[in-house]
Design a binder for this molecule. Structure first.
Ligand SMILES: NC(=O)c1ccc[n+]([C@@H]2O[C@H](COP(=O)([O-])OP(=O)(O)OC[C@H]3O[C@@H](n4cnc5c(N)ncnc54)[C@H](O)[C@@H]3O)[C@@H](O)[C@H]2O)c1
Length: 341
């Protein structure tokens, strides 16, 4: 059987993880890489063995050799490309969030249904082992009823100011909160019904980046559980890990605690200070990409090869986008936002 042909759109920090994963997979062919930075697209095509490259993603959608596209452009540039890829009949793996407006997400889902293409949103924490274990404890009944959740997923100031050139077009709620909402929905099996958030703008605004420093939110779930969520972009850069990811899950029969910032598996002291290098998300094992971030991409590859539907759907992307939009609205209005189910 012919291996599915892949086109990658956007080859920055995370797009490079996609490129490595497709290049290493025996089940797909990486046909082309597009990036609006033409030199970056050409260099990535060379590095990862793609035959073609382009500065215009439309070239990939017009390419009959490409069966599926992976989209790893900035958050605000997902919606238009996903929509066009559906219209072109390509299967799609899009980085989170699905899109930055609810209207875009709804249009995407309407047309996807009509076209019948696969659409996966890359909420890769569903492959992150501590969360997988907690889901198993919840499903077996070992934890009893999930009552209360506390999740802090924060980034250092480095991320919005040095890593992402487009932070002012996103926010800690979109970039980080969307991950947290998906974890909460996936583990609880419940939907968010009410959101109350506050945000503040000071540090990033003073640095010329027009987006809030943080959101602190209370979410109420259809199951009766509640969640307290913090997403912040201004943690001091001296932090030994670029993100701080701590979680508590309180059940009626047991509770579980996750420090997903670094799992403390490797600690280094160098001239740059103390660090916990990534050995869990997108690491290198004798030249092969491994980790839960890679496993999520490999799941999409499995779905292409087997015809199965992805574990994370466009509907999950829309549900997360609705909660993130509610966080932003609640913070702007000072009022809780009800979400209809
Ligand atoms: N950085 C991470 O750790 C990480 C992890 C998981 C998911 N993500 C998600 O992946 C996506 C990309 O993030 P990133 O950190 O790699 O950003 P990045 O800025 O490093 O890379 C984005 C790339 O997209 C290119 N690009 C921008 N607009 C384009 C367009 N219209 N057509 C083609 N290329 C375009 C840019 O030139 C750049 O190379 C985001 O949605 C982000 O939320 C990032």
């Amino acid at each position: 059987m012919k291996k599915p042909g892949i086109g990658l759109i956007g080859c920055g920090t995370w797009g490079s993880v996609h490129a490595r994963t497709y290049a290493a997979s025996p089940f797909v062919r990486l046909i082309a890489i597009s990036d609006q930075d033409a030199d970056r697209a050409a260099a990535a095509a060379r590095n990862y063995g793609a035959e073609k490259h382009s500065a215009d993603w439309r070239d990939l959608l017009a390419d009959a050799e490409i069966d599926a596209v992976a989209i790893a452009t900035p958050d605000f540039a997902h919606g238009e490309i996903v929509q066009a890829a559906i219209d072109a009949g390509k299967d799609i793996l899009v980085e989170k969030p699905l899109a930055t407006t609810i209207e875009e997400c709804e249009r995407i889902l309407d047309t996807r249904r009509a076209k019948g293409v696969k659409l996966m949103v890359d909420f890769h924490n569903r492959w992150n082992l501590p969360f997988v274990n907690i889901r198993r404890m919840l499903q077996s009944g070992e934890m009893g009823d999930l009552l209360a959740i506390n999740i802090r997923l924060n980034d250092t100031f480095f991320v919005p100011t040095k890593m992402l050139g487009w932070a002012s077009c996103s926010s800690p709620a979109h970039f980080l909160g969307s991950h947290v909402v998906d974890i909460i929905r996936w583990l609880s099996g419940a939907e968010v019904t009410r959101v109350y958030s506050v945000s503040r703008s000071l540090v990033l605004k003073n640095a010329g980046i027009d987006t809030p420093d943080f959101f602190q939110s209370i979410l109420e779930l259809s199951s009766g559980a509640t969640a307290v969520v913090e997403n912040c972009w201004v943690v001091n850069e001296s932090s030994p890990s670029v993100f701080d990811f701590q979680c508590e899950f309180i059940g009626s029969a047991a509770s579980a605690y996750v420090n997903a910032s670094h799992h403390a598996m490797l600690k280094t002291y160098t001239t740059g200070g103390v660090a916990y290098p990534d050995v869990a998300c997108a690491a290198d094992l004798h030249g092969k990409p491994v980790g839960f971030g890679v496993a999520a991409i490999e799941h999409f590859i499995d779905c292409l090869a087997s015809g199965r539907e992805p574990m994370v759907t466009g509907e999950d992307g829309l549900a997360a986008a609705r909660v993130v939009a509610a966080m932003v609205k609640s913070a702007e209005t000072g009022q809780p936002v009800e979400l209809r189910q």
